[in-house]
Ligand binder design. Structure first.
Ligand code: ATR
Length: 270
């Protein structure tokens, strides 16, 4: 069987778990892959990826800060990629460069399938209005929430992101107008990287509230610890989202289902 060569591109890249995750999928599916991490110099995304394509690589994951460069590099785009103007997965199909963004569907799969947390008819609050949130908001709306309030430290960015959705269910909400007791709160800020929690009132959490942090960590994330302290019913970090967005890339490349439960459990236990 021929080996399929794939890579994840980013800067920095050393920390990436993508090779471990994709190798686990490949073992399960009986496929032979070589999946490498590539550190792309700033400003050299297109030439780096073209070089790798010339060497026979057939698929790429793209991480920070190149998701917008990857969007521009692709010839064709999925709807999710178009909506976020960002690409995290490239697949070479008949010489065409196809760009997808699997982050949003990865989040939704983790919420609905793995955790059993519904989105349908739910009152959802999303914290943050940067690239991470912009990549998932459209897919969240496909899950038929009752509404999605967007709150960001810099309100103007939440307003701009909400306006771009052109959907009456999405509203930017400032701190004073946050509702009480959301069903689901998704933290899409990078505050946790500096062990901070977004400055939001405790009243957004009630006893039925589920808190999801798109960040992942080996210990409880700062945001989830805050949620539990304030009485949340359940919390989850983004390990499942990380694995599910990878599974969707794998499924795009190979047209076979990637089993995710085993690798999610492994990452959680490490
Ligand atoms: P990413 O690609 O991770 O989304 P980003 O586009 O830089 O990165 O966005 C970071 C998000 O986290 C922003 O919404 C940012 O809020 P601002 O727009 O006000 O900068 C949010 N963020 C970062 N640190 C934060 C903190 N300490 N408290 C609240 N929000 C924070």
């Amino acid at each position: 069987m021929a080996v399929t060569k794939l890579a994840v591109l980013g800067n920095p890249i050393a920390h990436s778990l993508s090779p471990v995750i994709h190798e686990a999928f490949a073992r399960q599916a009986g496929l032979d892959i070589r999946y490498e991490k590539v550190l792309v110099p700033q400003g050299r995304f297109a030439e780096t990826v073209q070089n790798l394509i010339d060497k026979g690589l057939l698929g790429f994951n793209i991480t920070l800060p190149f998701k917008y460069d990857a969007f521009r590099f692709a010839d064709e785009h999925s709807v999710a990629a178009q909506r976020s103007q960002a690409v995290n997965t490239i697949s070479l199909v008949g010489g065409q460069i196809y760009g997808d963004n699997t982050d949003g569907r990865g989040l939704v799969r983790d919420l609905v399938i793995n955790l059993g947390w519904p989105i349908e008819n739910q009152k959802v609050l999303v914290l943050g209005a940067g690239g991470a949130v912009s990549a998932v908001i459209w897919d969240l709306l496909q899950g038929s929430p009752d509404r999605v309030d967007l709150h960001n430290r810099t309100l103007s960015k939440a307003i701009a992101l909400a306006d771009r959705q052109r959907d009456p269910r999405v509203k930017a909400v400032d701190r004073d107008h946050l509702d009480k007791g959301y069903d689901l709160i998704i933290n899409g800020t990078s505050a946790g990287l500096s062990a901070e929690t977004p400055d939001v009132p405790e009243s957004i959490v009630a006893e039925n509230t589920r808190c999801y942090d798109m960040m992942y960590a080996t210990t409880q994330t700062t945001f989830n610890a805050w949620g539990l302290t304030n009485g949340a019913a359940a919390v989850s970090d983004g390990t499942g989202m990380l694995v599910e967005q990878a599974a969707l890339s794998f499924e795009l490349w190979f047209s076979v289902k990637a089993g995710t439960a085993g690798i999610i459990a492994t990452l959680r236990s490490e």
